[in-house]
Design a protein around this ligand. Structure first.
Ligand SMILES: [Zn+2]
Length: 152
């Protein structure tokens, strides 16, 4: 379960409209809910309080690839810590494509337990937003699992 504030949800969808026909990308900041001593196999819910926009560094193919600059990521992580926020996921847009993950999206996802949010942007208008949680234990058995989202 991914709980997301109205403002964060609106912001990530608007970002996709602004960068259309290119993909947008960014980071979801908030916290993991519940007791961390519970079994790791049990999926925990997350709450997103804020999003951090990133530049898309994939200049070669910005319409169907995204990549967050590692320096951006380090800065966002540091600023989040100062505010008591964790990185709980990532988001990007799919211009004129469904809000479903691609094999490339899975290959480039490395943060287990985090949410990967995809918004379909049809002709410049944000439509469906879906979330997928990266599960598994390593690069060989990782997979995306559909995740419910709830606006809070
Ligand atoms: Zn994608």
């Amino acid at each position: 379960m991914l709980k997301i504030s109205q403002s964060a949800y609106a912001s990530l969808r608007l970002h996709g409209e602004e960068t259309y026909p290119h993909e947008c990308c960014g980071v979801l900041l908030g916290h993991f809910d519940g007791d961390s001593s519970e079994s790791v196999s049990k999926s925990v819910s997350k709450t997103v309080s804020r999003v951090a926009r990133c530049g898309n560094t994939r200049a070669d193919s910005p319409h169907n690839r995204y990549h967050i600059d590692p320096r951006d990521l380090i800065r966002i992580q540091r600023e989040g810590r100062e505010r008591g926020e964790d990185i709980v996921g990532f988001y990007h847009s799919h211009p004129d494509h469904p809000a479903q993950w691609s094999p490339t999206d899975l290959a480039e996802a490395h943060w287990f337990g985090c949410s990967y949010v995809i918004t379909s942007v049809e002709k410049g208008k944000a439509t469906i937003t879906n979330s997928f949680e990266l599960t598994g234990t390593d690069e060989d058995d990782k997979k995306f699992v559909d995740e419910k989202t709830e606006l809070v």
